[in-house]
Design a protein around this ligand. Structure first.
Ligand code: GUN
Length: 295
């Protein structure tokens, strides 16, 4: 059996068309243009390419976007002052500070400075708390994208054994929480594995759905999964460079081998990545509507 490929690129395209339409209507009917600012500190090439993609997508949808790049030696206070300025800028509905930040900056202090109503990443504790109790809030973009991918590709999650590999605040913890909730793409029985898990394969082998978000290339191998599993691969690992200087990427899952056993699998690139960016756009539009009192 060779797995169905769950294309994030295709799904994201469909959602982006819906969002583009929504942005056009907001402009026509209410004279509202959603606004996003991305803030990058330093010159990490992967982060640079992510924020560039986010701004490019925003512009393509008709969202106003500002891309601010600060030098790696920017102080925590300077960054917090910039965030606070954006909190009061009426053109801006969504603020995204690209992570990770340089070591001398405390991430928590910066994320807490973002107005929760502009926290389109869903990382502020107000939004994290609302998410956990199942209230309306900005969902973090990667988990949100995974839920959309599962729903739109018709994967049954109710009662499914879901194994999340990785316990980050950005992916592992929130996706585990969301999938156990009584909601679409939820109602699952969820296990979280991490670096201290004694026997990872014991868990992954009985999973109906595996969500891999560890940042270790090809860590999930074919012998660790059962026939018919659904694989969501969040890993984006740079494993080399082409002669033309383009990064060669691999996921956290050994795609070539695992696709022969899986029922469905997301590729890297072209899987979860495009969905993350699309959900950022969705959240920014939602923030603009909330700011205007439309929802
Ligand atoms: N770094 C990796 N993923 C993300 C994300 O979803 N948001 C932000 N702000 N930084 C990230």
């Amino acid at each position: 059996m060779s797995a169905k490929i769950i294309s994030g690129t295709e799904t994201a395209k469909v959602i982006r068309e819906e969002l583009q339409q929504e942005v056009a209507e907001l402009k026509d009917k209410h004279n509202i243009v959603p606004g996003l600012v991305t803030i990058l500190v330093g010159e990490d090439p992967a982060s640079q390419s992510y924020v560039t993609a986010k701004n490019k997508t925003a512009k393509a949808l008709g969202i106003y976007s500002e891309q601010i790049t600060l030098s790696a030696d920017t102080s925590e206070q300077e960054l917090i002052d910039l965030v606070k300025k954006c909190n009061y800028d009426d053109k801006i509905n969504g603020i995204l500070v690209q992570l990770p930040l340089p070591k001398h900056i405390n991430e928590t202090n910066v994320l807490y400075a973002i107005d929760p109503d502009k926290d389109v990443d869903g990382f502020h504790p107000v939004n994290v708390g609302k998410m956990v109790v199942g209230e309306q809030c900005f969902l973090p973009c990667t988990p949100h994208g995974i839920l959309e991918l599962l729903t739109r590709s018709g994967v049954e999650t109710s009662g499914a054994e879901v194994v999340v590999v990785g316990r980050s605040n950005i992916v592992g913890k929130p996706i585990a929480n969301l999938m156990l909730q009584k909601r679409d793409a939820g109602n699952s029985t969820v296990t979280i594995c991490h670096t201290r898990t004694k026997d990872m394969a014991l868990h992954t082998k009985r999973a109906d759905i595996i969500i891999a978000a560890v940042g270790v290339p090809k860590m999930i191998t074919a012998d660790m999964v059962k026939d018919g599993v659904v694989i969501i691969d969040v890993g984006v690992n740079r494993i080399g460079m082409t002669d033309a200087g383009k990064a060669i990427l691999a996921g956290d899952v050994d795609f070539e081998a695992v696709k022969e056993k899986a029922a469905a699998i997301t590729p890297v690139p072209g899987g979860v990545g495009p969905m993350t960016i699309t959900m950022l756009m969705k959240n920014t539009i939602q923030a603009a509507k909330q700011a205007a009192g439309l929802v």
